[in-house]
Design a protein around this ligand. Structure first.
Ligand code: ZN
Length: 169
């Protein structure tokens, strides 16, 4: 069972980005990103996995909801907390198509998420290793990070979105 393997992976051994289990959940996050795209939002999607099962998902929608916190990760974490009946989410893995921003890293820390798996780096906002290095912060909770899962698919959605926006009159 994939869940057992995931939970017993030692912290010192990084899981491989090409593992089918990670790709499967990232594909689910990509579906969320496409839902965001269809309503004119920046295409980012997230899925929270607990014991090998997706328990919640979310996609980016700050514009439509007029909510600056309406990021895919925040929405997925809120739903996961409700689904699991706990405001803390130890043992969960958050899959997200793009490197989380500073706000979302804050939420990940507060939620005690065990692992974050993401697709593409976000050079302007990414708060895992792009604009700041989460490893160097003295946070009260540390989480594992696995970048680069379906990286090209995740990046292409966002790049295409912004290119399309620039072309519009
Ligand atoms: Zn965010």
């Amino acid at each position: 069972m994939v869940s057992a393997r995931e939970e017993t992976t030692p912290r010192s051994v990084p899981a491989a980005a090409d593992e089918p289990v990670h790709q499967a959940f990232m594909r689910q996050a990509l579906e969320g990103a496409r839902s965001a795209l269809h309503i004119g939002e920046v295409p980012i999607g997230a899925v929270v996995v607990f014991r090998g099962e997706a328990v919640a998902d979310g996609f980016n929608q700050p514009r439509g909801t007029q909510d600056p916190t309406g990021h895919a990760e925040i929405i997925a974490l809120r739903r996961a907390a409700r689904a699991l009946g706990n405001y803390r989410l130890p043992g969960t893995t958050l899959y997200v198509t793009l490197e989380p921003c500073l706000m979302c890293v804050g939420a990940i820390v507060n939620a005690r998420v065990t692992r974050v798996v993401y697709g593409a780096d976000e050079p302007k906002f990414g708060a895992i290793r792009s604009v700041l290095d989460v490893e160097k912060l003295s946070l009260n909770h540390r989480f594992e990070v696995l970048p680069g899962v379906l990286e090209e698919d995740c990046r292409k959605l966002v790049v295409d979105f912004f290119q399309f926006q620039r072309k519009r009159p």
